[in-house]
Write a protein that binds this ligand. Structure first.
Ligand SMILES: [Zn+2]
Length: 356
């Protein structure tokens, strides 16, 4: 079993390297150097994702974690007390997803040092996961031989297996009315804020049903209180486990703004895009069955849960069989983020086991 000290050392090295999305170069360099020291060659594709392969016997398996973090993620100072690691309180901890990188690196090191016979393993460390999976979207898939990919990117104690993830659509709307002096000739203007308000009041916002949500998240418009506002920009998103349900909401939003624009004689521009393809796994999925079996062997309780998006959404869309599991940790994307070193230790045992 890998010692807690060794886990802590590697984890601290990683979280002390700032790697906010788009700035992953230094952490990629650390990973490549670490792997080189244990005799594993790693390279980067054009986008900056780190890819490595270890020859072995049997079926290929890929392990994936992302290298980037969210803000506030600069100058992270870890504090450890009774097995729990936290940041000092002004930044995130970055266990999302550097705990996973640590677990993968330590598991591979263990296999190498102990000279344990293992299956062929591929390692994928992505850039820009927090920016709508930029790294996995731009990954050089020609370099990947595995059909199965385990993505370590869920903040819960070991054992969680993600069964489904929603389709996420973003939309952007621009309302173009007409400016006029608000006091002298308001009747000559077309108030884009009024158009927006009327459209939004027609919509159900928030939770639409058990599996669908709609959010208007940003509104910008108007240039002064004595001017009839000419332009308003609106941004929002729809999430749904069912693609048709997501598209239905997109359609309702578009229609509401169209109707209101017509009524007030404003112009309207609407754009929507699929930001994240959803997926749904069955319990009979071969990789899930394998994960459950290893969990059982190690005394880890398997928990089947639903979750938001990750690189696995892109991998599944690309035709790979990708399952997200928990890596330990709690409160990601917050200054209260923490992780137990014993949970990371457990995950290293899990990875060693599933690779052998
Ligand atoms: Zn993450």
């Amino acid at each position: 079993m890998t010692s807690k000290k060794q886990i802590k050392d590697t984890f601290f090295d990683l979280i002390k390297i700032d790697s906010v999305s788009g700035e992953e170069t230094k952490v990629a360099f650390y990973i490549k150097r670490y792997l080189k020291r244990i005799g594993v060659d790693a390279s980067q594709d054009k986008f900056g994702n780190v890819i490595a392969r270890l020859d072995g016997y049997g079926e290929f398996l890929a392990l994936c974690a992302h290298m980037d973090t969210v803000e506030p993620g600069r100058g992270i100072e870890p504090v450890v007390k009774n097995d729990i690691v936290r940041s000092k309180g002004e930044t995130i901890l970055g266990a999302d997803d550097k705990a996973s990188i640590t677990e993968i690196l330590e598991a591979v090191k263990y296999l190498k040092i102990k000279n344990i016979k293992h299956r062929p393993i591929e390692l994928i460390f992505t850039c820009g996961e927090e920016k709508y999976f930029a790294g996995s979207i731009n990954l050089n898939y020609k370099k990947i031989r595995s059909k199965d990919v385990i993505v370590l990117d869920h903040s819960m104690p070991p054992g969680a297996i993600i069964m489904k993830s929603p389709f996420i659509y973003n939309f952007e709307i621009k309302i173009k009315g007409k400016s006029a002096h608000a006091g002298d000739v308001p009747e000559k203007g077309v108030n884009a804020i009024k158009v927006t308000g009327d459209a939004i009041s027609e919509l159900k916002i928030g939770r639409i049903n058990k599996t669908t949500t709609l959010n208007i998240g940003e509104i910008k418009g108007g240039i002064g209180i004595n001017t009839v506002p000419e332009e308003v920009y609106i941004k929002g998103e729809v999430r749904a486990y069912n693609q048709d349900s997501a598209l239905r909401q997109i359609d309702l939003v578009s229609k509401a703004f169209k109707k209101s624009s017509r009524k007030h004689k404003a112009r309207y521009y609407f754009k929507s895009s699929l930001k994240c393809p959803g997926y749904r796994h069955l319990r009979t999925n071969s990789l899930i069955k394998e994960i459950v079996l290893v969990n059982k062997e190690l005394g880890i309780n398997s928990k089947f849960i639903d979750n938001a998006a990750s690189d696995a959404n892109i991998f599944n869309k690309k035709g790979l069989n990708s399952v997200v599991i928990s890596k330990g940790g709690s409160n990601p994307h917050s200054i209260r983020e923490s992780i137990k070193i014993t949970h990371m230790q457990k995950m290293i045992s899990f990875l060693v086991e599933i690779c052998t």
